[in-house]
Design a protein around this ligand. Structure first.
Ligand SMILES: Nc1ncnc2c1ncn2[C@@H]1O[C@H](COP(=O)(O)OP(=O)(O)OP(=O)(O)O)[C@@H](O)[C@H]1O
Ligand SMILES: [Mg+2]
Length: 567
C-alpha cells in the first residue's frame, strides 16, 4: 500500500466568508422599517417607536472579547466547521463589532418592539413613556439571518448594548446570566424540548457592570449587595424571535387605530410569523382569515406540547409573560428559570413569580399567554364574524388540548399504555409528601424496580414506615398497569428516553460561571459535555458528580434556590 500523505486528507478551513454566504434577509426587507428610526442605528437613547416592525441598531461591541464556548452541535446543523469559532473575524462579529463584514452581511442589526401581558393582563407601565411604545428588545440585537441546509435561522446577540428600548438600562448581560442561557439552551435541545439555540459565547476581559446579587450562602430573598461582573455576549439562534408580546403590540395598535397603517402592520407581522415559523403547516395561498385561524390552531398545538415537555423534564420558565413566550412555540428567555430538584408542584426559583408561574401551574400561565395571542389576532378577523367565533373556540379549547398533552406525557413518563388518573395523582401526592428528587425518581423508576430500594435513592428524607408502605403499594399497583404489550426491557428503554438522567442542577452550574469570572472555563466545557447528553448513562465519575441529590445546606440559598433578578 502506498504511503498516505497528510494532504491526502485536506481539511477545509472555514472562513468568515463561508458564513456570509449563508446570509439571507429577504423577508426582513419586506417588513416596513420604522419611518422614525434613525437609520444609522446609532441613536441609543430610550425613545418611543410609534410604528414599524423593527428599528436598525448598531451593536456596541464588548471590550477585549474572549472566546468561551460555541455549540458544536449547532455548528454541525449549520454546516459550519468548528474551526470558524476560533477565528478573529468570528470573534469580532459575535462580540458585537459588525462593522467590517463581507456582503451580503450588513454592518447593522435590528431590534424589535413588543408589548407585555402578565398572566393575561395587559401592561404598559413597564414602558418609560407609559404608552407601550418604548418597550421591546432592550439588549437583544439581531444581526444576521442565514439559510443553512434548507432551514432559516436568525442570529441574535444578547447583551450587545443599548437599543431605543433599553429604558435607561445599560444594554449589557453579565457573564453569569450569559453562561446560564448559553448552557441551558443546548441542554433543553438535547432534552428534546423546543428552544432557541446557542451559537457562541464571548466575555469581555476589560468591561464589567454592577448588578445586585447575594452574599455567599445568603438566605435572603432579595440580593444584598451590588456585585461587579464581567459583561458577555451570547448569540442565540432561532427561526425567529417573534414573541406573543410582539403580535400584541401590533394587535393593540390595530385595536385602538393608533395610526393609519396599524391594521396593515398587524397583518404583516401575522404573515411574517407564519412565514418564519409555520411555513410547512400553513398553505401560502389561503386567504388571510383562514391562515390566521390555522396559525392559532398550530400555535396552540405547539405551546401545549412545549409546556408538557417542560413538565416532563422538570423545567420551570419562571417568568412566563407574553413577552417571554415565543410565537414559534419554543422556549425563550432563560432568565429566572430553574429545574425542579426536590419535587414541589409550586416550585419556582424567581422570587417575583409567585404561584402563577410555578412548576405545575405553567399550563395555566400558557393558557393566559395563548389568550393574549388570540386577542392580538382578533382585529385581523374583525370583518369575518364566523372566523372570530372560530377563533374563540380555538381559544376556549386550550385546556382540553393541554390536558390531553399532559396525560400523554405522564403516561410516557410512567411507561403506561394509557394515562391513569388515580395512579398519577397518587404518585404526585407521594412524591411531594416524601419528598423525592424529580429526575432521580423517574430515572430509577425507568429501571422498573420490584421494590422501593432503588427509588428510595431519590428520597430527600428517610421515609417513615407508613410512607414506605404507601410507596410499596403504589409500586405494586403501578407494576400491574405498565404497558404489558411490550417486554420489561423495551418499556424500560422507552422510559429512559423520556426520563433524563442528567438535568440542570443550579448548585453544580454556579461554580462553572464563578470560575469563568476568574478566566477558567473548564467547568463550562464539562457542563456542556454532560448536559448535552442527558439521556445517556455517561461515565461513573459523571454519575457520581451529577446524578445526586442537592445537599441539604444548599436549599434556600440566594442565587441557587432563588433569585429576584437574574440578568
Ligand atoms: N441590562 C439591560 N439593558 C437594557 N434592557 C434590558 C436589560 N435587561 C433587561 N432588559 C429588557 O427588559 C425587558 C425585560 O427583561 P427580561 O429579563 O425579560 O429580558 P431579557 O432576559 O433581556 O430578555 P429576552 O426576553 O430577550 O431573553 C426585556 O425587554 C429586555 O430586553
Ligand atoms: Mg424577556
Amino acid at each position: 500500500m502506498a504511503n498516505l500523505k497528510t494532504n491526502d486528507f485536506p481539511t477545509k478551513i472555514f472562513r468568515f466568508d463561508d458564513l456570509a454566504k449563508l446570509a439571507d434577509y429577504s423577508l426582513l426587507d419586506t417588513l416596513s422599517p420604522d419611518p422614525e428610526a434613525t437609520q444609522s442605528g446609532e441613536d441609543y437613547r430610550p425613545r418611543q417607536v410609534f410604528s414599524g416592525h423593527y428599528v436598525p441598531v448598531k451593536p456596541t461591541p464588548i471590550g477585549n472579547p474572549k472566546y468561551i464556548a460555541h455549540s458544536k452541535e449547532l455548528f454541525r446543523e449549520l454546516g459550519v466547521d468548528d474551526s470558524l469559532a476560533l477565528t478573529n473575524d468570528f470573534a469580532r462579529f459575535f462580540s458585537g463589532d459588525v462593522t467590517h463584514v463581507p456582503e451580503p452581511m450588513r454592518p447593522i442589526g435590528w431590534a424589535t418592539g413588543y408589548a407585555l401581558s402578565i398572566y393575561g393582563n395587559e401592561y404598559i407601565q413597564q414602558c418609560p413613556f407609559q404608552t407601550g411604545n418604548g418597550y421591546g428588545d432592550g439588549r437583544a440585537i439581531s444581526v444576521l439571518e442565514v439559510v443553512a441546509n434548507g432551514k432559516r435561522w436568525e442570529m441574535q446577540l444578547k447583551g450587545a448594548g443599548r437599543t431605543p428600548y433599553c429604558r435607561g438600562a445599560d444594554g449589557r448581560a453579565v457573564l453569569r446570566s450569559s453562561v446560564r442561557e448559553f448552557l441551558a439552551q443546548e441542554h433543553m435541545h438535547a432534552l428534546g424540548v423546543p428552544t432557541s439555540r446557542s451559537l457562541c459565547l464571548f466575555t469581555s476581559e476589560s468591561e464589567s457592570v454592577e448588578r445586585p446579587w447575594y452574599l455567599p450562602g445568603s438566605k435572603s430573598a432579595d440580593p444584598e449587595v451590588m456585585v461587579s461582573n464581567p459583561v458577555a455576549i451570547s448569540t442565540r439562534v432561532a427561526p425567529s424571535f417573534l414573541r406573543v408580546g410582539q403580535l400584541e403590540l401590533f394587535g393593540r395598535r390595530a385595536r385602538s387605530n393608533a395610526h393609519p397603517g396599524a391594521m396593515k402592520e398587524l397583518e404583516m407581522i401575522v404573515l411574517h410569523l407564519i412565514e418564519r415559523e409555520y411555513k410547512i403547516e400553513i398553505n401560502e395561498d389561503l386567504p388571510i382569515a383562514e391562515k390566521t385561524l390555522q396559525l392559532a390552531m398550530a400555535f396552540r398545538d405547539r405551546l401545549t406540547s412545549l409546556v408538557a415537555d417542560w413538565i416532563r423534564v422538570g423545567y420551570c420558565q419562571g417568568n412566563f409573560n407574553s413577552d417571554n413566550c415565543a410565537g414559534g412555540g419554543f422556549t425563550l428567555d432563560y432568565g429566572p428559570f430553574g429545574f425542579c430538584e426536590r419535587f414541589d408542584p409550586f416550585y419556582q426559583s424567581w422570587t417575583g413569580g409567585g404561584r402563577h408561574f410555578s412548576f405545575l401551574n405553567q399550563p395555566f400561565a400558557a393558557e393566559k399567554n395563548f389568550g393574549s395571542f388570540c386577542s392580538a389576532l382578533q382585529p385581523v378577523l374583525q370583518s369575518h364574524p364566523t372566523a372570530l367565533a372560530q377563533l374563540d373556540e380555538i381559544r376556549s379549547g386550550f385546556p382540553a388540548v393541554m390536558e390531553e398533552k399532559l396525560q400523554t406525557m405522564w403516561a410516557s413518563k410512567l411507561g403506561l399504555a394509557a394515562y391513569d388518573s388515580e395512579l398519577t395523582v397518587q404518585l404526585l401526592q407521594l412524591m411531594a409528601q416524601t419528598p423525592v428528587d424529580y429526575t432521580i425518581f423517574f430515572r430509577e423508576l425507568s429501571t422498573i424496580p420490584n421494590d422501593i430500594t432503588s427509588i428510595s435513592k431519590s428520597f430527600y428524607k428517610k421515609a417513615t414506615d407508613e410512607s414506605n408502605l404507601q410507596w410499596d403499594q403504589w409500586l405494586q399497583k403501578w407494576r400491574t398497569q405498565i404497558d404489558n404489550r411490550n417486554s420489561i426491557d423495551i418499556i424500560s428503554q422507552r422510559m429512559k428516553r423520556v426520563n433524563p438522567k442528567y438535568i440542570w442542577r443550579e448548585w453544580l452550574v454556579v461554580p462553572a460561571y464563578q470560575q469563568a469570572e476568574d478566566g477558567d472555563f473548564a467547568l463550562i466545557k464539562e457542563m456542556q459535555e454532560v448536559l448535552t447528553k442527558p439521556f445517556e448513562e455517561q461515565s461513573e465519575a459523571v454519575e457520581k458528580k451529577f446524578y445526586r441529590l442537592r445537599p441539604q445546606e444548599l436549599f434556600g440559598v440566594g442565587g441557587i434556590s432563588h433569585y429576584s433578578c437574574s440578568s
